[in-house]
Ligand binder design. Structure first.
Ligand SMILES: O=C(O)CCC(=O)C(=O)O
Ligand SMILES: [Fe+2]
Length: 321
């Protein structure tokens, strides 16, 4: 158990539905044993990743005052730039050494959810870099489609209707995030992590990481193992909402990022989450007389908001005042 599985998902893009169960089985096994795996054979092109990465690097290289024009802490609905130390994923460690950009499904100011000031709902706040907005909005949609293809494959092993997740991922609260980890300069600052040990909150995360390395995953024996960058892949992992939805059939596995010494690191997780009102109650295929439902029903928004409150140092400070 020291190497994450690599799954070729290209059969999911063939017209032959008979090609699906083989991939679905591999995904199911990886979700149960690891909660983490790599995918290859997906439709996101290397050119797309290069373009998104290039924009991301140029954005983070801007002066802080420029980036803070879209400060995430000034929004009600969690969009824009998060400066270094805004987050603290592991409360026993210093705040994370990373800066972030978050975007979600763009809802205009006159959308009913925005008028009703529903949490997590609203317009995106993009930097003014020419070309950024159209590229990132398209990339968001393509990552959402990829996540839903994986979820559709998961319905086979979970023994639920094929469109179970599709119908719940309409107008989702998924988040596309760009992260810059500045380099760590001395070995003695190892306490200072890029991203402290944590589990993800939501359903399923698809992570692009550049070539710097530093992502580590806890295996079932409790050992930290490296999840090194592999060209052309995404690292996929499940979050707490999926663990709960699946009655712990699927694992939400702790992971962390050790910032590499002397080099910058860039990564782009896509956190796929359903519509905010989705009821998160034990999936029909995940309970029986021996395995009764363990968790009370919640909603996607309720669950995510309770978890966000734990992570944001600035929100804790605001609440303490
Ligand atoms: O940057 C990475 O490689 C992982 C980031 C992560 O785990 C997260 O943002 O939840
Ligand atoms: Fe994570």
């Amino acid at each position: 158990m020291d190497q994450l599985p690599i799954i070729d998902i290209s059969p999911l893009y063939s017209d032959d539905e008979n090609a699906w169960p083989g991939v679905a089985e591999q995904i199911d096994l990886a979700c149960r044993e690891w909660g983490f795996f790599y995918i290859k054979g997906h439709p996101i092109s290397a050119q797309r990743i290069d373009a998104v990465l290039d924009h991301t690097q140029r954005f983070f290289a801007l002066p802080t005052a420029e980036k803070l024009k879209i400060d995430i802490t000034q929004t009600r609905h969690h969009r824009g730039y998060g400066a270094i130390a805004t987050e603290q994923l592991d409360p026993s460690k210093p705040s994370d050494l990373k800066e972030t950009f978050d975007m979600g499904l763009h809802l205009p100011a006159n959308h009913p959810d925005v008028l009703a000031e529903k949490p997590l709902r609203g317009p995106n706040r993009h930097p003014s870099q020419p070309g950024w907005e159209a590229l990132m909005e398209q990339h968001y949609l393509d990552m959402q489609a990829l996540a839903q293809t994986l979820l559709r494959a998961m319905t086979i092993a979970l023994n639920i209707e094929r469109d179970f997740f599709d119908s719940r991922f309409i107008d989702p609260v998924s988040v596309l995030r760009m992260i810059h980890y500045p380099p760590r300069h001395t070995a003695s600052s190892a306490e200072q992590q890029g991203a402290g040990a944590h589990t993800d909150y939501g359903c399923i995360t698809l992570l692009y990481q550049d070539s710097a390395g530093g992502l580590q995953v806890k295996n079932v024996k409790g050992q930290w193992i490296d999840a090194p960058p592999i060209d052309g892949t995404f690292v996929v992992n499940l979050g707490d909402m999926m663990a709960r939805w699946s009655n712990d059939r699927y694992r939400s596995t702790p992971h962390r990022v050790i910032s590499p010494l002397g080099v910058d690191r860039y990564s782009m997780p896509f956190f796929a989450e359903p519509h905010p009102d989705t009821r998160i109650e034990c999936l029909p295929g995940c309970q029986d007389a021996q395995h009764p439902a363990k968790y009370p029903t919640t909603t996607c928004a309720e669950f995510l908001l309770s978890r966000f409150a734990d992570t944001y140092a600035y929100r804790r400070e605001q609440e303490a005042v």
